[in-house]
Design a protein around this ligand. Structure first.
Ligand code: ZN
Length: 398
């Protein structure tokens, strides 16, 4: 007899959240806020909503601990989801179809599932009469999918955030196709680099000096060599992930006016994600040197330059990690420590020195975030709630 997930209230609850179209661009968060307020009221958690920027609400549910003066635990999730190519979906992305035990919908993995897993775990803990030592805050933030600057990035600057007195945070991770669960303690640093190659403009039939085609070729070559090196490193170390190497992609090329005119400027833009092992000062010096070698007038600038953020320590010096690890040992689940390949809101917390772990409790799940037909098995989802029922008390009782 297959399990009837239709009747499971925790499954229904996730499906209701997935039906709210908090999708970019120009997300209207009203539906999410109404849904979350109702959740908090049901469970008996206090709610506050602040709006550091108009129409960019941050909702925080709070469960006070028995020792509320201790630094608190933050369970963070983002309310927004990325756009869909609706025609390419087998199951409509905002109807949360449940088919053969699979829940389909934008946000099923990234990360409405995690948000409702936090909520369901807290609901059960409260229903069982459990009290936690530290205060627990569940934050629901906007705009993570467009970089987070207008969401968590603004929130961390507010008095409302400071008052939460956060000592440790959990945030999103990524699904893992194996039995292991992935744990993220840090992220690569994002540099969006733009290279300007000026040169002598003139007739396209000549071989004029000071040619920007030659210059841009030199810069592209150097950066693509670096890309090849990273690909080789990954091939040589099958146990590494993309987060362990520096990735380089040529994302934009511009310049030119007409095919028989050599332009006065050619530019190339690169999306670079710098591995945590790279010395960033040295790396920038290398780019500087390449610009000199490329020829007269070649320069670089940053369209985005994130700072280096120290990763969260996963060792005996971090009592929250020790508690997290002990709980997972007790649950007999295995964890794989990784560096997050993209960016998440955790970096805004880590920048403030707050330890943060990225963890989405989804194993035996092929990552489908941002893809068509994003889905999650109801079984994996429900198991994740059970994991949080152990992990949340463990970290909140440190
Ligand atoms: Zn996400």
């Amino acid at each position: 007899m297959p399990i009837d997930y239709e009747a499971d209230p925790a499954v229904s609850n996730l499906r209701n959240y997935l039906r709210i179209r908090s999708v970019h661009p120009n997300v209207n968060y009203d539906g999410c806020i109404a849904y979350l307020r109702a959740q908090a009221a049901e469970i008996g958690l206090s709610v506050s909503v602040c709006e550091p920027l108009p129409k960019k609400p941050i909702l925080v549910m709070t469960w006070e601990g028995t020792e509320p003066s201790l630094p608190s635990i933050l369970l963070n999730s983002h309310m927004d989801v990325v756009p869909v190519f609706e025609k390419s979906w087998t199951h409509p992305p905002f109807e949360a179809h449940l088919v053969d035990g699979m829940i389909y919908g934008r946000g099923a993995q990234d990360m409405k599932s995690v948000a409702v897993q936090y909520i369901e775990a807290v609901r059960r803990l409260k229903a069982n009469g459990i009290r936690l030592k530290r205060t627990l805050h569940l934050s629901f933030v906007p705009d993570e999918e467009i970089g987070g600057a207008t969401g968590m990035g603004e929130f961390v600057k507010t008095e409302d955030f400071r008052k939460l007195n956060v000592g440790f945070a959990l945030d999103e991770g990524i699904a893992s196709p194996t039995d292991e669960y992935q744990i993220f303690s840090g992220e690569r640093t994002i540099w969006h680099l733009k290279i300007d190659c000026p040169g002598k403009s003139g007739h396209g039939s000549l071989l004029l000096p000071d040619n920007n085609g030659e210059k841009i070729r030199y810069m592209i070559d150097r950066l693509m060599d670096l890309r090849a090196e990273s690909k080789k490193q990954l091939a040589d170390h099958p146990d590494w992930n993309i987060g362990d190497v520096t990735s380089v992609n040529l994302t934009m090329l511009s310049g030119g006016i007409q095919n028989n005119v050599v332009p006065e400027l050619l530019t190339a833009s690169f999306d670079i994600r710098i591995a945590l092992s790279v010395d960033q000062k040295q790396f920038e010096d290398t780019i500087k040197r390449w610009c000199v070698e490329a020829g007269n007038g070649v320069s670089y600038s940053f369209e985005q330059r994130d700072p280096y953020v120290v990763p969260t320590k996963l060792d005996a010096s971090n009592p929250f990690w020790v508690a997290f690890k002990a709980a997972s040992d007790e649950l007999k689940i295995s964890l794989k420590q990784c560096t997050f390949p993209g960016g998440t809101d955790s970096r805004y917390l880590r920048e403030l020195g707050i330890p943060a772990i990225g963890f989405s409790p989804m194993n035996r799940t092929v990552p489908g975030l941002h893809e068509h037909d994003e889905h999650l098995s109801a079984q994996v989802y429900l198991r994740g709630i059970q994991l949080y029922e152990k992990i949340i008390p463990a970290v909140a009782n440190v």
